[in-house]
Design a protein around this ligand. Structure first.
Ligand SMILES: Cc1cc2nc3c(=O)[nH]c(=O)nc-3n(C[C@H](O)[C@H](O)[C@H](O)COP(=O)(O)OP(=O)(O)OC[C@H]3O[C@@H](n4cnc5c(N)ncnc54)[C@H](O)[C@@H]3O)c2cc1C
Length: 449
């Protein structure tokens, strides 16, 4: 009897071995790899996200692995049959993981239990708690060029769709900030035939203008209304700026540069927007001012000296100098390494933390190589005590350390322009993952029109 069935049993057994075994081995290997990555990033302090991160709902996740495959930064892995954050610090927030999840188990959240992130209260249509006042781009918490352009476009569509009463002198839309988000909003408003104004305190282009010379920008294709699709994945800073300039020239987009907005005063009908030199009236306003307008200061004596800067565009301009770089993120590391590569420079990188673990892996490797080669002197657990004309004084492991100094570059991040936001009545929340705490009950300090 068994003999009759034996060939069938052997075939079934072989199918099992050839189909199930490889899958089992693959899953075990995938899980082991994810666990290793997670352990390594926890040990290196790199599992804590800088701002945004995926939060996986364990009751919904079925371990399809779609999120793991799609993430170019390898933030997620499958552990115990479920998606798990294995390299939190690498998350840049493009949200592809949430978009591909077949069971909607992933939500993008800001901050973590330990690290709170302040974000203005913004609805899914980008409108703040102040009717007619919208926020797009990095100010709303979501960084990256292509995201900012897309948000700007969408915010303009929502804003122009809102039927506030028309004030006789008001333009349909006023956009504050002409970085990627502001340009996206302005180009869309122009395409829709609306009356608009775009103001920027600087030249247009936003943070991109201030990237280091020849920086390799990682991005994804984006559509600039009236100009066309930019099929870019990587580009040099200069190439990207050239595209933005061509888009502005081709569409005839009008941007008022060097107009710093100081107050946004809402009224039921419109907004009065005051810059340092002029006033504008608008039916709706999009705030696209990013987060880098106001660099975080060290607050030490001598910080107001001319030799102290908060950005570095061209490292090649500095040679045979004593330079202090302060910070522990990508910008600080890139600046220290590139300054250290110039002839004759003596570069010290000062960071208050015990270890530098926030930058991207490539930058960490470049830093390690620079420290090993002696082109960057890394002083961990150090703070700047004072800056004088020809020296800088650090407190390092409790001792004062005086360094000869010609230039100081500080990269301590940007502060939210709280005053501008709260004056306009915008509420701000501190995000700790899923938990949110309202920070201010904002009231405009001045009366609108
Ligand atoms: C060094 C560095 C490298 C980066 N590399 C990449 C990368 O490779 N790929 C990527 O996708 N992203 C990268 N980013 C992030 C990206 O640049 C930002 O996420 C993006 O520029 C955000 O666009 P935004 O329009 O929201 O803000 P911003 O680009 O910051 O633009 C804001 C604009 O508002 C203006 N503004 C501010 N305050 C006022 C005011 N009161 N009145 C008038 N105007 C005002 C500013 O002058 C600025 O032009 C990088 C950022 C930095 C700093």
């Amino acid at each position: 009897m068994i003999g009759e069935w034996l060939p069938y049993l052997i075939v079934i057994g072989m199918i099992g071995v050839f189909l199930v075994l490889p899958t089992y081995v693959k899953l075990t290997w995938r899980e082991r790899k994810a666990r290793k990555l997670r352990e390594a990033s926890i040990a290196a302090g790199r599992n804590e996200p800088a701002t945004i991160r995926p939060l996986v709902d364990p009751l919904r996740c079925m371990g399809s692995g779609a999120c793991v495959k799609i993430c170019p930064e390898h933030v997620l892995g499958i552990i115990g049959g479920q998606a798990t954050v294995v390299k939190g610090a690498s998350c840049v927030g493009h949200g592809a993981c949430a978009a591909v999840c077949p069971v909607d188990a992933i939500q993008l959240v800001f901050g973590s239990e330990r690290r709170g992130i302040d974000i203005p209260d913004v609805a899914t249509n980008f409108e703040t708690n102040v009717p007619g006042l919208y926020i797009a781009g990095e100010l709303g918490g979501m960084g990256l060029i292509a995201n900012a352009v897309e948000q700007g476009k969408q915010a303009a569509e929502f804003a122009l769709d809102d039927d506030r009463p028309k004030h006789r002198e008001a333009v349909d839309l006023l956009v504050i900030g002409a970085g990627p988000a502001g340009l996206g909003a302005g180009l869309r408003a122009l395409e829709l035939g609306a009356t608009y104004k775009i103001l920027d305190q600087d030249e247009f282009g936003g943070a991109i203008r201030h990237y280091p010379r020849q920086k390799l920008v990682m991005t994804r294709p984006m559509d600039l209304p009236g100009y066309g699709k930019l099929m870019l994945h990587t580009a040099r800073k200069e190439e990207l700026i050239e595209h933005l300039e061509k888009a502005v020239a081709k569409t005839g987009l009008k941007i008022e540069e060097f107009q710093r907005v100081e107050h946004i005063l809402p009224s039921p009908e419109c907004f009065l927007v005051q810059t340092t030199t002029a006033e504008f009236v608008a039916r709706r306003v999009i705030l696209a001012i990013g987060r880098r307008g106001s660099p975080r200061k060290l607050g030490c004596p001598g910080e107001d000296l001319e030799k102290v800067a908060y950005r570095l565009v061209d490292a090649e301009k500095y040679s045979y100098q004593h330079i202090l770089v302060v910070g522990g993120g990508d910008s600080a590391v890139e600046a220290a390494v590139s300054l250290g590569e110039q002839p004759g420079n003596r570069v010290t990188l000062s960071y208050r933390g015990k270890d530098i673990n926030r930058p991207k892996e490539d930058n960490l490797k470049r830093l390690q190589a620079a420290v090993a080669a002696g082109t960057v002197d890394l002083k961990l657990e150090s703070t700047v005590e004072r800056i004088d004309l020809d020296r800088a004084v650090l407190k390092h492991h409790g001792e004062l350390l005086t360094l000869p100094n010609d230039f100081v570059f500080v990269f301590a991040g940007g502060v939210l322009p709280i005053q501008l936001l709260t004056d306009a009545g915008i509420e701000i929340e501190r995000h700790h993952g899923k938990k949110k705490v309202k920070l201010k009950r904002a009231k405009p300090s001045r009366k609108g029109p």
